[in-house]
Ligand binder design. Sequence first.
Ligand code: ACO
Length: 326
Amino acid sequence: MRKTRIIGTGSYVPKMVLTNFDLENMVDTSDEWIIERTGIRERRIAGKDEASSDLAYEASLRALKASGVKAKDIDLIILATTTPDMAFPSTACILQDRLNARKAVAFDISAACSGFIYALSIADQFIKEGTYKFVLVVGSEVLSRITDWSDRTTCVLFGDGAGAAVLQSSTNRHGIISIHLHSDGALKDLLFIPGGGSRNPASKKTIEKGLHYIKMKGNETFKIAVRNLEEAALEATKSNNINASDIDLFIPHQANLRIIQAIAKRLDLSMDKVFVNIDRYGNTSAASIPIALDEAVSEGRLKEGDLILMEAFGGGLTWASALVRW
Ligand code: ACO
């Protein structure tokens, strides 16, 4: 049976580092509070001339290089983002042009922090069915542009970055074993951007009210994230007749270290089996998992045959898991 295998990964983060100490000078917060409540020490901020497609481009070049696949051979580009360069064309089309991936079909998907796993699931279908041979999946975000830098309850959390993976079909045991996706639109108001779309188009009023910034009910979101991610992990393991202890590396969405630790505890996974880089990047939404995956590869944390569980949670609400044999 045909499977989908990740054959190359890449990531890119902007050069500018914004530390918790820098934030102490911007809002009423402290390095101590941010570390204790979130695990974040610093995050990256895109340069004035950098948009999501620019970060995606750098990450994609690295993933292509690692995979040995040329841009001209890519059949499909799926880009997950909540911060597209513009409403249209899609950031995926802008990326296709930059990469000169002439034959690729390109589109964006919107699933907030779960975007990379959602994109992976679409790529998986196209590859398993034999429609496409090489697919580039990217998560890229410039969240600093939709962050209210005067709101201490959100501005300490987010950062910018991009991660990418090149996928190909495989006929051996390596590759994606299962992906489970979930959505609950009834909880859309926990985490959203009210302005700038067709509901509240951009105007002087929406800007004055800050409606173009991320709004989040952090505490409620936190509790639901822990519960849903635990359930999703159990769903992934049960449906594949494995135990959580069989997982070699857990790569969770990097939203809050306390959420990550709570899930690891519930799954009885020791933290040395959990990949964490939230201290350096904060929450980069759709880019979080592919950046973490790429760092796990480059740090030598993954060996052939390892079982990886990736999990994400974000606005929508959306949440998802992907179980992969490396
Ligand atoms: N510095 C200092 N104090 C702060 C800050 C800050 N940056 N932010 C909030 N506080 C204060 C609050 O005002 C509150 O004070 P009060 O008790 O006097 O009212 C106190 O700290 C506690 O606030 P809580 O919101 O209860 O803090 P909590 O421990 O829940 O941490 C956090 C907040 C970090 C936002 C947490 O709730 C969280 O991580 N939530 C989930 C985020 C998430 O997973 N989002 C989904 C993905 S994001 C996406 O999809 C784009």
